[in-house]
Write a protein that binds this ligand. Structure first.
Ligand code: DSN
Length: 410
């Protein structure tokens, strides 16, 4: 099969299934056009107005726009929009502000953190820095008093406040109090919630942290990319923080920025500053709340007992199955989620006990609370009849009908 044929098939798959992995979303057609545009032909090592290559007059304007949009939307004095994605953005912050062997403290992957938050042995963050991680409690929540005690004992140089599978509001104020008590740099990783922050449905970390990283393609609905934001508090701690981060991104870690992506980021940030984005953020959260309540009614056990944001982690064991088995059965039915560890999971990460699911992409399609109720019924039907191909195919038909009613933007 040719690549165009495979792209057509993937397009069909995305149209006919429910995209419920909380880090995935459909971007805007304007962003897709920017990504596929001639901007990808240009090399632009350096930063706007100080490049190592000629011919960047227009690219400079594009990068200026993306940076300005980021600064305006998140109310920060400094933004770098060049990181290729979230992991390089986090790496750039560490390399800019720490020395190899310095102590960092982030949330464990199994508790809802990210590999780059200091996962030991197999990631740069756990190999080149000394990593001591904190965890969520068995109920799935961060215990801030416990975190404070650990921070006082360990005295880390940098604390990461950020998550990929945490369904509750992060208390930036508490994180800041804890970090400030030992003089640690506080970095927020808002990759999952950036769109919720922009839409005003999750508090912004900006007044409390020194630096924030985010991807641009999740709740923010932009292209695959990332940004690093330095706050006023960050510049107060180190007036050269922005410059250090620029240098760590290029030439420290990366070569030429992906200008097509930069343009896509500028477009998405502009859209995220519009009033309609506030409605979008509210709808993501209210959809998630309804879905969570309905799943609980139908026998699922959710980490923390529910959600305040765009995602939830559901334990599949009440149905006598693990998360991987459920995720595979749901895929057959056209509901795409990922298997996920639950807090203090006794099962291994490849076959964990739960699934992680979220509402950003189905909300982008225009689905509302009524559809969330339907989806909860479909998910629990699959969980109850995981080995029954006839039922799975009946659910799949219903999923396709639902998808037809809420088409994806061309
Ligand atoms: N892969 C992303 C997620 O699914 O949350 C995090 O990098």
């Amino acid at each position: 099969m040719t690549i165009p044929q495979l792209i057509a098939l993937e397009k069909k798959r995305q149209r006919e299934t429910l995209m419920m992995i909380p880090s995935e979303n459909y971007t805007y057609s304007e962003v897709r056009r920017a990504i596929g545009s001639v901007l990808m032909h240009k090399y632009s090592e350096g930063y706007a107005h100080r490049r190592y290559y000629q011919g960047n007059e227009i690219i400079d304007k594009i990068e200026d726009l993306a940076v300005e949009n980021a600064k305006k939307l998140f109310r920060v004095p400094y933004a770098n929009v060049q990181p290729y994605s979230g992991s390089p953005a986090n790496a750039a912050v560490y390399f800019a502000l720490l020395n190899s062997g310095d102590k960092i403290m982030g949330l464990k992957l199994s508790g809802g953190g990210h590999l780059t938050h200091g996962h030991p042995n197999i990631t740069f963050s756990g190999k080149y820095f000394q990593s001591v991680q904190y965890d969520v409690e068995p109920d799935g929540r961060i215990d801030y008093d416990k975190l404070e005690r650990l921070v006082k004992i360990e005295n880390p140089k940098l604390i990461v406040a950020g998550t990929t599978a945490y369904p509750r509001i992060l208390d930036w104020k508490k994180f800041a109090k804890i970090a400030d008590s030992v003089g640690a740099i506080l970095m927020a990783d808002i990759a999952h919630i950036a769109g919720l922050v922009a839409g005003g449905v999750h508090p912004s970390p900006v007044p409390y942290v020194h630096v924030a990283t985010t991807t641009t393609h999740k709740t923010l609905r932009g292209p695959r990319g990332a940004m690093i934001l330095v706050t006023k508090k960050g510049l107060k701690l180190d007036e050269k923080m922005g410059e250090k981060i620029d240098k760590a991104v290029f030439p420290g870690l990366q070569g030429g920025p992906h200008n097509n992506t930069t343009a896509g980021i500028a477009i998405a940030l502009e859209k995220a500053s519009q009033k309609s984005f506030v409605q979008y953020g509210k709808a993501i959260v209210s959809n998630a709340k309804v879905l969570a309540e309905e799943l609980i009614k139908r026998g699922f056990k959710l980490a923390t007992g529910g959600t305040d944001n765009h995602l939830m982690v559901a334990d599949a064991r009440p149905f006598g199955i693990d998360g991987k088995t459920l995720a595979i059965a749901l895929e057959k039915a056209g509901i795409i989620v990922n298997a996920n560890t639950i807090p203090h999971d006794p099962n291994p990460p490849y076959r964990p006990s739960g699934i992680r699911l979220g509402t950003p992409a189905v909300t982008t399609r225009g689905m509302k609370e009524r559809e969330m109720k339907q989806i909860a019924v479909l998910i629990s039907t699959v969980a109850e009849k995981v080995g029954d191909p006839k039922i799975i195919s009946q659910v799949n038909k219903k999923v396709k009908d639902l998808c037809k009613k809420f088409p994806v933007e061309e």
